[in-house]
Design a protein around this ligand. Structure first.
Ligand code: PMP
Length: 461
């Protein structure tokens, strides 16, 4: 059946069948074995909910890929995109355009320190690629250091920087990347028992890595301020300041990747504010416009921007600073400021999500640890609280992953759309989710965790 825009959106059984048939025939999906998946056909979305063609509504505890920071279909952003479309849909990056200028100004005003120049991209991976290129050109060095527990994107350099196993099939080891261990007390690579000890040992490990790689060959250290996809590991006090110090000592460019943690997610405009640290380059995407139109970028320090004052920057993208995306960013940042959405995310973390998860952790044998801040939380599922053995093995697939697959299915069955990765479920709702909706989702999560409990040593006993 040929699709028409009407048939595409009308929530009927015939429309659903047409959408699914064309999807199966022609859409090649990310990160998937094409014949082993059955994507949900979504008919619409609003606020913290989306719904399918069969009348099932889902509370979105994933914010899609942690990007709809102001929820679905925010009327101010939808209107801004429509107005911009009527006025000027596209213009090459070489021109000065009102919405592009305004988006850059609003972002620069909110990024820490002197990160006052904005290079726009279409998403996070391109932002990371360009940050690496800028660091190499600025320093004249090649190597880049990043952590094992990280995700930085799926393009050539970004996937090499990524520490997550999604790197493995694509890792050419050609991007001059060296991985090291960041701090993570619950599974401490340094066998530390306190946050202070973890911090000290992680910094000593990084200093050793730099010494043995050769400081003169290292262009950049790239870190997620709070690693997201790899497990929402809030760094101990002093860690980021310590990395800043090492970068200063050896002339290494400090890149903070805030693609996921930025734009309100942690209860601040940028997560770096929590630790009062200013990187030399900061990458962003996702929340900058809630993902309504693809947009990302690099916020650049004065010193690095100066490198390209008289020497051309050798990089660019056809859609850099796309007017529709920038209009969406201006409206998103405006709505976040007017509606106190960043403060609301902080409130949710401190008073709603954090306390509820702490209480859930006490009751469920499958919950090893909960951690996070703002609207950015991980629930780490284990077989055994004592041994901390993960509920499923690292990078498990197929039958090995059954406990997590069952838990995920239970969430969806109950109307909760979770963000699940390995042995964790992440609680990452829209930053403007209401307290009542957040509590509803947490109650559904609580119930679904009983399915995970059955796979624990306590549950089996
Ligand atoms: N960096 C981080 C920290 C991310 O979380 C992601 C996406 N999850 C990326 C980079 C890549 O962004 P994109 O998918 O927009 O290329």
């Amino acid at each position: 059946t040929p699709l028409t825009p009407q048939a595409d959106t009308a929530p009927t059984a015939a429309a659903k069948d047409a959408v699914k048939a064309a999807d199966r025939a022609h859409v090649f999906h990310s990160w998937s074995a094409q014949k082993l998946i059955d994507p949900l056909a979504v008919a619409g979305a609003e606020g913290s909910y989306f719904w399918d063609y069969d009348g099932n509504r889902y509370l979105d505890f994933s914010s899609q890929l942690v990007n709809t920071n102001i929820g679905h279909q925010h009327p101010k952003v939808v209107a801004a995109i429509q107005e911009q479309a009527a006025k000027l849909c596209t213009l090459a990056p070489g021109f000065a355009v009102d919405v592009r200028s305004e988006a850059a100004r609003l972002i620069a005003e909110r990024t820490p320190g002197d990160l006052d120049k904005i290079f726009f991209t279409n998403g996070g991976a391109e932002a990371v690629e360009n940050a690496v290129r800028m660091a190499r050109l600025h320093t004249g060095r090649q190597k880049v250091l990043s952590t094992y527990r990280s995700y930085h994107g799926a393009t050539a350099a970004a996937i090499n920087l990524t520490g997550d196993p999604r790197r493995w099939p694509s890792d050419t080891a050609s991007a001059g990347v060296v991985h090291f261990w960041g701090p993570f007390l619950y599974r401490s690579p340094f066998h530390a028992t306190t946050e202070a000890e973890e911090c000290e040992r992680a910094l000593a490990h990084l200093a050793d890595t730099i010494a043995f790689e050769g400081p003169q060959s290292i262009a950049a250290i790239v870190l997620e301020t709070v690693p997201g996809t790899a497990g929402i590991m809030v760094p101990p006090a002093g860690y980021l300041a310590g990395v800043r110090e090492l970068c200063d000592r050896y002339g290494i460019v400090f890149v903070l990747d805030e693609v996921m943690a930025g734009f309100g997610r942690t209860g601040k405009w940028f997560a770096a504010e929590h630790w009062d640290v200013t990187p030399d380059l900061l990458t962003f995407a996702k929340g900058v416009n809630s993902g309504y139109v693809p947009l990302g970028g690099v916020a650049i320090s004065g010193a690095i921007a100066e490198t390209f004052d008289t020497r051309p920057y050798p990089g660019g993208l056809t859609y850099s600073g796309h007017p529709l995306a920038c209009a969406a960013a201006v409206a998103t940042i405006g709505a976040m400021a007017e509606e106190g959405i960043v403060e609301h995310a902080a409130h949710l973390g401190e008073n709603v999500i954090g306390p509820a998860l702490a209480e859930i952790a006490e009751r469920h044998p499958s919950v090893g640890e909960v951690r996070g801040l703002g609207a950015f939380w991980a629930v780490e599922l284990v077989r055994d609280k004592e041994t901390r053995e993960p509920l499923v093995p690292y990078n498990a697939g197929g039958a090995d992953n059954a406990p997590m697959a069952e838990f995920t299915a239970a969430c969806k069955q109950a109307g909760l759309w979770p963000f699940v990765n390995m042995n964790r479920t992440h609680v990452v709702p829209a930053c403007n989710i209401t307290e009542a909706e957040a509590k509803e989702g947490l109650a559904l999560l609580d119930e679904a965790l009983t399915v995970a409990d059955r796979h624990t040593t306590a549950g089996a006993a």
